[in-house]
Design a protein around this ligand. Structure first.
Ligand code: AMP
Ligand code: MG
Length: 466
């Protein structure tokens, strides 16, 4: 099948600039493709006509089949430290790059498909993805975007009509996602492991041109990535987001959130919060994320061959991270200037009292936070210190807080129920949840259920999201 009017003009600068890091590869057929969700806002941003994407040829394209003449999909290769263990060759084991699109604002963005069948990088896995986890990635990306956090975003999820095997048979799907690029710390690790230094040089040049054009060499690129990632992880921490698998292959050079697997938002504050059944030691727990990022960035510095110069940059990382965190906390608390001690004491108090992270900040603005604490005197003491620092116009303070503290996040129990229904063919709960988290700061009637933490004791665990 050949499309006459292609929905996108696709380019392939990465394949041209660094040919050693991708491989032409084809998607497996999708026998009965059905478009489950299409991100019309994102399609428009890419300059694509949503109606074309809904046509059979458009849906086929979103599964990586029925490509226009002359177009090729490619599997990208990269390495990475997973759970601290170096894997010299990971790569797109179940994904393909469809191409690059220059969006309506002139930004070059990758259009990438996940769940397109095995590739030479599949390492014995099946190359497939299931409807539930792909809708989950869609939901999480839109949530992050609505929260103003840099992220890859899903364009569409297409059910393929293939039944895939996990712990039980599941409906298969392909996720189409858009990213600033798919350059990862692991991509640099892979290039550094090759015999040919020209590959690493070409990769660095491509990464600079694409993401940090004012950098003039690998060291400046490194500094930019450190800052972008420090800012990113601080933003995750400020909304209670736990990525779940912060391996070096899931750490981008762009500073965007990528690869939503066993990720979730923390309910009651606890630095040890994990959502992955595999993370028994808490390597990627909520409170470990800033330190793990630093570890990942150290691997990037090594792969770039920066030696001590990288250590010097990383020596500033704690301050950079703290600066982002404290500025964000000031906004969350309604303060005009950061108060690191007040913020740190709050986190300890919320942890000690098991207070729901998201609920707290809205309640603080509304003047009802005291009710969330068992030890109210401890809260009162902290609140008096904050009170003394607040600007005079309290109504403006509360309004400002409500612009940065979300009311609606994808609560785990609600998300699980919505994905369960979607797997059975009922997408209505998923669409309702998506609509809620897309406008996370504005309270609406009928959504109260979404503001409540899950039933106490119902530990939420996802199984690697595959
Ligand atoms: P992730 O944990 O999802 O970031 O994946 C880590 C690596 O495993 C990536 O290289 C993926 O492409 C690969 N991978 C994950 N699931 C599958 C699968 N079902 N089939 C093939 N490769 C996979
Ligand atoms: Mg990954």
């Amino acid at each position: 099948m050949t499309t006459s009017r292609a929905p996108f003009d696709l380019d392939a600068t990465y394949a041209r600039d660094v040919p050693a890091l991708s491989l032409p590869w084809q998607a497996v057929p999708a026998p009965d493709p059905r478009l489950l969700v299409l991100n019309e806002e994102l399609a428009a941003e890419l300059g694509a006509d949503p109606d074309l994407l809904r046509e059979p040829a458009g849906v086929a394209l979103l599964t990586g089949t029925g490509l226009p003449d002359g177009m090729t999909t490619t599997a990208l290769v990269y390495a990475g430290h997973q759970w601290g263990v170096y894997k010299p060759r990971l790569g797109d084991g179940r994904a393909l790059l469809l191409g690059e699109v220059v969006d309506t604002r002139g930004r070059r963005r990758d259009l990438h498909l996940k769940g397109t069948g095995p590739t030479p990088y599949s390492r014995g896995y099946d190359g497939m993805a299931a409807v539930g986890p792909m809708l989950r990635e869609y939901l999480m990306g839109e949530t992050m975007h609505a929260l103003g956090i840099p992220t890859t975003r899903a364009l569409a999820v297409v059910a393929t009509g293939v039944e895939i095997t996990r712990d039980r048979p599941l409906p298969g799907a392909v996720l189409a996602r858009v990213a600033g690029s798919h350059l990862r710390v692991g991509t640099v690790q892979y290039a550094a492991g090759l015999d040919d230094p020209a590959v690493l040089q070409a990769l660095v040049a491509h990464a600079i041109a694409r993401h940090h054009p004012d950098a003039s060499d690998a060291l400046e690129l490194f500094s930019h990535v450190v800052d972008a990632q420090a800012s990113l992880v601080a933003r995750w921490m400020l909304v209670g987001f736990v990525h779940g698998v912060m391996s070096t292959d899931n750490t981008t050079l762009s500073g965007e959130t990528i690869d939503f697997g066993p990720c979730a938002f923390m309910d009651a504050v606890d630095p040890a919060t994990v959502f992955s059944s595999l993370d028994t030691k808490g390597r990627y727990a909520y409170g470990s994320q800033p330190a793990i990022l630093r570890w990942n960035l150290a691997r990037l510095g090594e792969s770039l061959g920066l030696g001590e110069a990288a250590d010097d940059v990383l020596a500033d990382y704690p301050r950079t991270y703290e600066r982002h965190w404290n500025a964000g906390m000031a906004a969350k608390l309604g303060l005009s200037t950061p108060d690191p001690v007040l913020a740190a004491d709050l986190m300890e108090l919320l942890h000690a009292q098991g207070v729901d992270f998201t609920t707290f900040f809205r309640a603080l603005a509304a003047g009802t936070a005291r009710d969330l604490f068992l030890d109210r005197r401890a809260f009162d003491a902290w609140a008096a210190r904050r009170e003394a620092r607040l600007p005079a116009d309290r109504a403006a303070v509360a309004a400002g807080m409500d612009r940065v503290n979300p009311l609606y996040i994808p609560r785990n129990h609600v998300t699980d129920a919505a994905l369960g229904a979607a797997e059975q063919g009922d997408l209505a709960p998923f669409r309702a949840l998506l609509a809620a988290v897309r406008e996370p700061f504005t309270g609406r009637r009928g959504l109260e259920r979404l503001t409540l933490p899950g039933p106490a004791g119902a530990a939420h665990v996802t199984y690697c999201g595959t």
